[in-house]
Design a protein around this ligand. Structure first.
Ligand code: FES
Ligand code: MG
Length: 587
């Protein structure tokens, strides 16, 4: 039991509500919160004031259920002797925000930092869910470093269509094919896509949302077993109540993000990310979080610690099942339990319940081995990321486990050098350019082409576009060539399973080697050595670099909003988490 009579440190909210050295200001602060309906007694009782950082709203349907869950969080806070104050976080809706939701991750972060720092809050419940809401909230808690606990909104129920599971995001690719083949008409297309979203909650596939919510638990920032509970289940209300109760004790124990988010916790999360088949967006968000909490974490750590870990979770898009199945199979603890048995987890990493990850997950049972495989019967070996480097970029990542048999046969079965291939670059400047020209016969794309997408990074397409997975031109598809290697400085949707080389840093707009590439250049990719190079002499590359500089650098579209301009001026590359660089001095 937590000792509530002698807090380790004075509550920070006392500086507002009970400050003997400044009675006038105390009265003023009190007056306005009394106006909200709290009593002086409550505000001066020494009870912790707990913020509920609310990411749900009508604009963000994935997280909207948090409006309901917050009621149970409040009851938990009150039960444990705290006072709840709920406030809005800048909403981020992954699918609704133009030009891209990832533009807003750092904006929500900045806003939440100001709220946590500038108001009388002793601790906070972070309501996470839709893709970018999780990193934004965790990053802010890391910067301000007050006791914080995350509460996932939970995935949607499984989608169904004609007796088969339909997963959010993933079904769109299939529905497009069915419509193109005349199997369904447009109303049928909409019905099929909508079938994947049958209830409140976040995407039920292993996209970026399930990934980031699972990793928030693996990092120790959520109560054990809580991430995978589907949004509408009764268990979700129960865990909301327990989360509210627990944050009050965390304040009394002064258990802060910096105690939990250690390098060991991040390495645990990297390994869990491989085992669950996590999104290629995870390195961006975790590297950002690490930098805000002052932990050294590099893109190479993802390969070092994550690459060899096999895929255990059988969720779409890599596998068959969906969020409800993941929960019933045991969720994150069952996955971590398997990794513990292999000695792949730092068991001493502390978590929000005051226990270690080892104490929480050791011996956790897999309830359904179709959905979560035991370590010795994985779905795929080596499910992590390969990091590539060369004169094209200083880093980019590739998920080797999603390389299709077709791709492997076409590109990776040269007996002399089975992991390397060469091709002719076809270069697109941003998604619009790609859509306009991909089917243009003048490009004369053949099976030896490698498609490049540039101008899609944090600066070029502010926030970074999910556009690197590109389809082959129609005229090649008709000849049976459906896949070409894709490389770019943008991202890829977590719900797409293409074997692209993505998140290239530095991007073209930041002076990366991609800016020097020209259509027709020979390019060599060696997945074994981890290299990616333009095959032209250094002298010519230097000449191109000088010419580009003289012309004013790689051109990108004009800013559309003040925030786009502000962020473009101070943002780091994907490799280092796409963070606002001035924010790093506030740890
Ligand atoms: Fe919000 Fe997928 S669009 S979780
Ligand atoms: Mg996304």
């Amino acid at each position: 039991m937590t000792d509530r009579s002698s807090p380790k440190i004075p509550l920070r909210s006392r500086a507002w509500f009970d400050n003997p050295s400044n009675p006038d200001m105390t009265a003023l602060y009190l007056e306005r919160y009394l106006n909200f309906g709290l009593s002086q007694d409550e505000l001066q009782s020494g009870k912790p004031i707990i913020g509920i950082a609310q990411t749900g709203s009508d604009l963000s349907p994935c997280n909207r259920h948090h409006l309901e869950l917050a009621k149970r969080v409040r009851e938990g806070i009150r039960e444990a002797g705290g006072i709840a104050i709920e406030f809005p976080v800048h909403p981020i809706q992954e699918t609704g925000k133009r030009p891209t939701a990832s533009l807003d991750r750092n904006l929500a972060y900045l806003g939440l930092v100001e709220l946590l720092y500038g108001y009388p809050l002793d601790g906070v419940v972070l309501t996470i869910g839709c893709d970018k809401t999780t990193p934004a909230c965790l990053m802010a808690a890391a910067t301000v470093n007050i006791p914080a606990i995350a509460l996932s909104v939970g995935p949607m129920l499984n989608g169904w269509f004609r007796g088969e599971r339909t997963g959010s995001g993933t079904i769109v690719w299939k529905a497009r094919e069915m419509m193109a083949a005349g199997e369904i008409d447009y109303p049928g297309f909409v019905k099929l896509v909508a079938s994947s979203a049958p209830s409140t909650g976040y995407c039920n596939t292993m996209g970026t949302a399930t990934t980031m919510n699972s990793l928030a638990e693996a990092l120790g920032m959520q109560l054990p077993g809580s991430a995978a509970i589907p949004a509408p289940y009764r268990d979700r209300l129960e865990i909301s109540y327990l989360t509210g109760k627990r944050i009050v004790d965390m304040v009394h124990e002064d258990l802060k993000p910096s105690d939990i988010l250690t390098r060991e916790a991040f390495i645990n999360a990297i390994r869990v990310n491989s085992a669950i088949g996590g999104s290629t967006n995870a390195p961006i968000h975790l590297n950002a979080l690490a930098r805000h909490v002052g932990v050294e974490l590099s893109i190479d750590d993802w390969q070092t610690y994550g690459e060899e870990v096999p895929l255990l979770v059988n969720l779409q898009p890599a596998g068959e099942y969906l969020g409800e199945d993941y929960y019933h199979a045991g969720g994150v603890p069952a996955v971590v339990g398997q990794l513990i048995e292999e000695g792949l987890i730092f068991e001493d990493a502390l978590t929000v319940n005051g226990k270690t990850l080892g104490e929480n997950c050791k011996g956790a049972v897999i309830e359904d081995e179709k959905v979560i495989r035991p370590f010795d019967k994985p779905l795929k070996p080596r499910a992590g990321f390969r990091v590539l480097k060369g004169n094209l970029f200083s880093s980019a990542i590739m998920k080797l486990s999603v390389v299709s048999p077709h791709f492997r046969k076409t590109y990776l079965e040269n007996p002399d050098d089975p992991m390397a291939f060469e091709g002719t670059a076809i270069v697109f400047d941003g998604p619009e350019d790609y859509h306009h020209r991909i089917d243009d016969p003048a490009l004369a794309i053949d099976e030896n082409a490698i498609l490049f997408m540039r101008g899609a990074g944090p600066i070029g397409y502010p926030g970074g576009a999910e556009v690197v997975n590109m389809r082959a031109p129609d005229y090649l598809i008709k000849r049976g060539i459906t896949e070409l290697p894709c490389i770019g400085d943008g991202r890829q949707s977590g719900t797409s399973g293409s074997p692209s080389i993505l998140n290239a840093s530095p991007e073209a707009a930041a002076g990366g080697g991609l800016a020097l590439l020209q259509t027709g250049d020979r390019v060599r990719i060696d997945l074994g050595k981890g290299t990616a190079d333009i095959l032209i002499p250094d002298a010519e590359l230097t000449e191109r670099a000088n010419a580009l500089e003289a012309s004013g650098g790689y051109a990108f579209p004009a800013h559309q909003t003040p925030w786009q301009e502000i962020q473009r001026g101070i943002v780091s590359q994907f490799e280092t988490g796409m963070v606002l660089q001035p924010a790093l001095s506030y740890q």
